[in-house]
Write a protein that binds this ligand. Sequence first.
Ligand code: NAG
Ligand code: NAG
Ligand code: NAG
Ligand code: NAG
Ligand code: NAG
Ligand code: NAG
Ligand code: NAG
Ligand code: NAG
Ligand code: NAG
Ligand code: NAG
Ligand code: NAG
Ligand code: NAG
Length: 808
Amino acid sequence: MDTAFLLTLLLPVAVVSHTLELPRSVQFKVGDRNELRCRMLSCPEKVKFVWTALGDKPIFATPKTGDKETVLIFDNVTKNHANAIVCRAACGKEMKELTTQVNVYSFPRNPVISGYDHLIMGKENVLSCEVSSVYPSEYFDVEWLYENRVVHSESGDFDKDAVSIPYTFTPSSEDDGKAITCRASLNIKGVPPEEKTKETSRHIKVLSAPHNVEVSGETAVSLGSSLTLTCEAEGNPKPAFTWTALKPDGHSVELGKQRDLFMHNVSLSDAGTYQCNVSNDLGNQMVNVSVVVQAPPVDTRIVASPQSSLKEGDSVTIFCKSSGVPVTRVVLSNVAKTILKTKEGAETSVTIDSVKLSDTSMFVCEAFNEYGSQRTTINLNVEAHLLDVELQPNGTVVSDRGSSLVLSCQASGCPHPEFSWKNLSNMSVHRQPKTDGSLSQLLFDPVEVEDEGSYVCEVTCGSIKKSKQTEVKVFSFATCPIVKSSGPSLAGERMKLTCTVQDVFPVNLFQILWLDGEREIWREESQSFSSGSTDLTSVYSLQVDAEDQDRHITCKVLLDMHGVPPSQVVKTASTTLSIHYPPRATRIIASPLTKLKEGEPVSFSCLSDSFPAGRMVLSRVVDGIRTELKTIDGVETSFTLPSVTLDDAGIYVCEASNIYGNHSDSLEITVKAPPRNTTVEIFPSTNVQEGQNITICCRSVSFPPPAVVLSKLDSETNIYSLDGVFILMNLTPNDTGLYQVNVTNDLGYETEVFNINVIEKRLDSPLGWTDFLTLAIFLGGSAALLGLVLYVWRERKKGFYDLTKGII
Ligand SMILES: *[C@@H]1O[C@H](CO)[C@@H](O)[C@H](O)[C@H]1NC(C)=O
Ligand SMILES: *[C@@H]1O[C@H](CO)[C@@H](O)[C@H](O)[C@H]1NC(C)=O
Ligand SMILES: *[C@@H]1O[C@H](CO)[C@@H](O)[C@H](O)[C@H]1NC(C)=O
Ligand SMILES: *[C@@H]1O[C@H](CO)[C@@H](O)[C@H](O)[C@H]1NC(C)=O
Ligand SMILES: *[C@@H]1O[C@H](CO)[C@@H](O)[C@H](O)[C@H]1NC(C)=O
Ligand SMILES: *[C@@H]1O[C@H](CO)[C@@H](O)[C@H](O)[C@H]1NC(C)=O
Ligand SMILES: *[C@@H]1O[C@H](CO)[C@@H](O)[C@H](O)[C@H]1NC(C)=O
Ligand SMILES: *[C@@H]1O[C@H](CO)[C@@H](O)[C@H](O)[C@H]1NC(C)=O
Ligand SMILES: *[C@@H]1O[C@H](CO)[C@@H](O)[C@H](O)[C@H]1NC(C)=O
Ligand SMILES: *[C@@H]1O[C@H](CO)[C@@H](O)[C@H](O)[C@H]1NC(C)=O
Ligand SMILES: *[C@@H]1O[C@H](CO)[C@@H](O)[C@H](O)[C@H]1NC(C)=O
Ligand SMILES: CC(=O)N[C@H]1CO[C@H](CO)[C@@H](O)[C@@H]1O
């Protein structure tokens, strides 16, 4: 009991005589039966008591009043009974009253813990502590205790009479079985201490999926011994175990549903992975164990890939592998015990990129581990390739310079042939070959003179070497020759013809022939070999004449090389000679005749030969006087006189000329005409004195020159004169008379008659006709007359006889 409570009960006794006794406050428990006693002991009389509530709230209790005291009975305390109740007591006139506070509490049951028995390990779990019918909840505290250690508390105003206090908790496996307590306290005065606190404890149950799975036991066992593996795991509820063998092919074989896996007489096939599957309601977990069976190596294999039968140069890989049991080391060696490769582990390999014939041997694979070793062998057989080489074109190939040529070297029977192109001196060729697989080509594009030579295609296939060769001959004969002459050549001179063919090769096989039409006229000596292409020239010199004009001279160039296409063997060039010469063979022809009669027609034709054709002039020359009749440019002309006259007589000259000279031809044209226009002149006069001399001059137009006959008409005597001049000397009267001049040529005659009168001179005897004749002869010899006659003769060419001219 509280000391304060005691004091309130004792004080009124000590201080007042007529005192009213009533506890200041009381604490009632809900559901209890309680009494509240109000007493006044000192009053000698019967005390009157009245119970009232301080507020409006009814009291809900039954009073039972005696003389000195009254008792208020609370049959079934409820929360409604909480009240301030006043007890009034009257002792006679003396009135006393006291107030008491009735407090009600309720805390009937222990807290109830829920959620403690299925906590999930590692998860956040909520435990709940429920306290019901608590009143007044304002003075209520709740604590969670883990193993007597407060881990959570809540207090105060829950404002409901049933409260649920959660506790959030993430358990681990250690928490399993530990105590968890919910302690509730109602901290109100007047509550008996044993009623004040109520608590409930529970043991936590933590559930967990299997974990900490472990397999114990020796996983490496020797062949024939036994194997025990134990699977251990934690987990709540207690997990179940399943052992399974995981086969390499993926499927699995269940071996048993117990913790331990046990095997007798372990064989190699027992090696492998084993799985322990641990499971409970919350899940499962598995662990793999690799069991190794310790045994000397087995299944040691040596394999040659792709095969052990090989051709030289093939690539091969030799695999050495030991499966079945763990192997620490594998050693690959050849039969000569030369170690090729050592490898920690179960396998190794050696690759020979290009096998040689000498690789034909046995290879050994040996696997080791701590329990022993195993050895296997393989025989590698290397054969040479059946190499064959073909070179196209083969033999000899003749190539035109500038064309393209491909030498194709084809190797067969060898997967990776190596080509090498050489010349006969075993030197690399300067052309770059193009090699692709089993074909190597040497491309000449264009073919050059320097490419001439022998080409050897050598193919190496491992230890086999084969070669083929081809000789390349080059010729160059691309253009036709060109013939040039030394220029227009003058007849009689030497002329040079030059035949040039450019860029020929090989020069020693070329020949130059000179042809005149079809006839070979000269052959040039072949030149000696020259390493490059050269121009080939031949000079042909000849003496030319006008007859050589238009001669067709051909320069024929021949390539005497076997294999050259026929169309390329011969090339020719021709030239036509052009000879210059002065005119020659000039001829003038008159047609139909050169001797003509007046009035007849005549045609002249002039012909000459010259080169170049020059000029041709036809002219007539009479008495040294030249008259040009026709001038043309050329070598032939003609000229016609439709009707000739005596004037047309003369020398006709045809002269041809060019820059080199002239040449002419002439002919004489005569024109005949009967005498005409005859005139007779008599000197000094027709009347002369006896003894005097008379000169008779006859003029006539006539050709041929006429004969002139003078006759005295009365006499028989005729005097002939060739020039028409008669001198009658020492005339007598007997000479008087008529005279006739008869001018005659073969075409006709003409006569003139005249009279001479001689006057007699008495003294002198006149000269007779016969004297005259002598005189005439004498006269003919005189120098003066001679000049006259000559003149007349020259004039005769014109057909005139004009004495007057001579006399003047
Ligand atoms: C008291 O009252 C409560 C509710 O009013 C009732 O449940 C209970 O039975 C009563 N107790 C007695 C003894 O009458
Ligand atoms: C063990 O097994 C092998 C073959 O699996 C058998 O040959 C041998 O006899 C067995 N040993 C024992 C002791 O059973
Ligand atoms: C492990 O066991 C559980 C429960 O038996 C099962 O559901 C599960 O499939 C098993 N796992 C394997 C891989 O066998
Ligand atoms: C066990 O081995 C199997 C098969 O090799 C594989 O699928 C699985 O993931 C492994 N389990 C564990 C836990 O390593
Ligand atoms: C060139 O090749 C042909 C066929 O390819 C062959 O008949 C000929 O004999 C060969 N000539 C030489 C010289 O090798
Ligand atoms: C081979 O080639 C080398 C250099 O290219 C040259 O000097 C030699 O004369 C050549 N031999 C023949 C036979 O062509
Ligand atoms: C050609 O030359 C090579 C080296 O370039 C040499 O090995 C080989 O013996 C020579 N062959 C001849 C036939 O000289
Ligand atoms: C013809 O040639 C001669 C001598 O060669 C020369 O004297 C003469 O003048 C030439 N006549 C002409 C027309 O050229
Ligand atoms: C010739 O005489 C004729 C008349 O009879 C005349 O016409 C002509 O001119 C003369 N001729 C000459 C050349 O004298
Ligand atoms: C006539 O001629 C002769 C001879 O010439 C001469 O001797 C003579 O004197 C001449 N007579 C006259 C008269 O002149
Ligand atoms: C002239 O001479 C010729 C020949 O001599 C003759 O035939 C002719 O009769 C002569 N004439 C005359 C008129 O005498
Ligand atoms: C001089 C001369 O001879 N006189 C002759 C002339 O002619 C006559 C007759 O004929 C002659 O008798 C003369 O003698």
